[in-house]
Design a protein. Structure first.
Length: 474
């Protein structure tokens, strides 16, 4: 497709905003389903193209494309259900205790054009037609998509397919536009026509963009997902009962996709003694080097790995003889050294794990509480230990958006209940999620109408309810 200038893309989105928000649920859902159908029809073309640019492999990419089309169809179902409008109708009541109540009708409507920054590590699911785009469209917001430089040809081709599918489904021109370049993304973010932005990527890049969004003449919401070290705590009981199972699960999660996941379990707390750490070391040492997404990510991984591997108190348990290799790495330190060195908790985007060895489980809660906000936190324990774990469980939930019991954080299910977000700096908006159907809430704002005539009300607020959305009436 032709790549648009930021001004042209945003101007077209502004023109499309009102008709797209006013489109009926059936029309909007049809457009989402049309995009899903078009992407599915182009699978045999898109997956090889994605593999050429990202080295992620056909199996992973086919699964990711399936997730992408599923997300689009799931949001189409959300649109048809209409619950996200959150319609509340208070009829007049002269006897209302605080004083006479007028007719007040509240619902949530589209925020306006959304700028989406595509991610590098999910060329389908967090890219052109990924979850941010799908949830914004579902909310009634046009999308200006800033393509990621890691997969430019795939982004352009996907953009062509999306644009054609939307047009064939009758969506207004401007509901989708593709722009490129770091400067172009910043220009679009500063454009007065943009009402919100969504970003998945590095903390450094995300915070720079968040500042721009906050310093505009009219600040806008910036929904940034900035990464995490995703702490895992293994109790003494779990280490004794399931050492081999835990070691295999950890190594598989740590090295999945060459460690290029924001939910990668970067730090694991294990009890002293036993053979769990030895089993992890042996298994990880058998994992072959895997290609990373691009040279920039590889160089960042190597630089961070060298820095972490050279910190005081660190032992290198698995380390390639070739310092420039992307092979997995494992380092360890005791709990006292870890708590004395806040820099040891830095995220390393790639297959590096830090194991922190503790003597008393009661000390781990304080270490976790001192961590910055996280996307996930995991507890591996035994059922017989649950009575001793309440305080630790509270700390894990306090520091993260999703807490797991005896599972691994990589692999984020696209469901109604999923939460993919967390306290700062994991995200810039801890009350939101970028995965699951609740992601639509980022791009809505409430409006209340008081004593308005029926023919001037938005369809969801009318008594005849032409869209058939749920209404809470009192």
């Amino acid at each position: 497709m032709s790549v648009l200038t930021p001004d042209r893309a945003v101007s077209a989105a502004v023109a499309a905003a009102e008709p797209w928000a006013a489109a009926s649920p059936k029309e909007r859902a049809a457009a989402l389903n049309a995009v899903a159908d078009a992407l599915e029809a182009a699978r045999e073309e898109l997956v090889p193209l994605a593999d050429e640019e990202t080295h992620l492999g056909p199996a992973r990419l086919n699964g990711e494309l399936t997730r992408t089309t599923f997300q689009l169809r799931l949001f189409a179902e959300v649109v048809l259900a209409g619950d996200f409008y959150d319609v509340r109708i208070d009829r007049p009541d002269p006897e209302w205790p605080p004083g006479p109540r007028p007719d007040v009708r509240r619902y949530r409507t589209a925020l306006g054009p959304v700028l989406v920054f595509a991610a590098s590590n999910f060329p389908f699911a967090f890219s052109v037609a990924g979850g941010d785009t799908a949830s914004a469209w579902a909310a009634g917001c046009p999308v200006v998509l800033k393509a990621h430089p890691g997969h430019p040809r795939l982004s352009r081709r996907t953009g062509e397919i999306v644009t054609r599918a939307l047009a064939d489904a009758g969506a207004p021109d401007g509901v989708f536009g593709l722009i490129e370049g770091e400067a172009g993304g910043v220009e679009a973010l500063r454009h007065p026509g943009i009402a919100a932005a969504a970003f998945t990527g590095s903390q450094r890049g995300g915070l720079a963009l968040a500042r721009i969004a906050a310093e505009r003449d009219v600040p806008i919401p910036f929904f940034g997902e900035l990464g995490s070290v995703n702490p895992v705590v293994v109790t003494p009981g779990a280490a004794a009962a399931r050492a081999e199972e835990i070691a295999k699960g950890y190594v598989g999660s740590l090295t999945m996709g060459a460690g290029q996941f924001c939910t990668n379990p970067g730090i694991m707390f294990v009890p002293a003694g036993g053979d769990l750490l030895d089993r992890i070391t042996a298994l990880l040492g058998e994992v072959a080097e895997a290609p990373m997404l691009n040279d920039r990510i590889l160089s960042g991984f190597l630089a961070t790995a060298r820095e972490l591997g050279g910190r005081p108190g660190v032992r290198r348990l698995v380390w390639p003889s070739d310092e420039d290799s992307a092979a997995p790495r494992l380092i360890a330190m005791d709990l006292a050294a870890f708590t004395a060195d806040p820099g040891a908790a830095e995220e390393c985007f790639g297959p590096l794990g830090l194991v922190v060895v503790y003597e008393r489980l009661s000390d781990v809660a304080d270490a976790v509480a001192a961590l910055p906000g996280q996307l996930t936190a995991t507890l591996h324990g035994e059922d017989g230990e649950t009575g001793e774990l309440a305080a630790l469980a509270r700390v894990l939930a306090d520091r993260s958006g999703r807490v797991l019991w005896n599972q691994w954080p990589t692999g984020v299910a696209v469901t109604h209940a999923m939460q993919h977000g967390g306290p700062f700096p994991a995200t810039t908006a801890p009350s939101t999620t970028s995965v699951g159907t609740a992601a639509i809430e980022r791009f809505l704002r409430p409006v209340a109408y008081q004593q308005w005539p029926q023919d001037l009300l938005p369809p969801p607020l009318r008594d005849d309810n032409p869209w058939g959305v749920p209404q809470r009436i009192s």
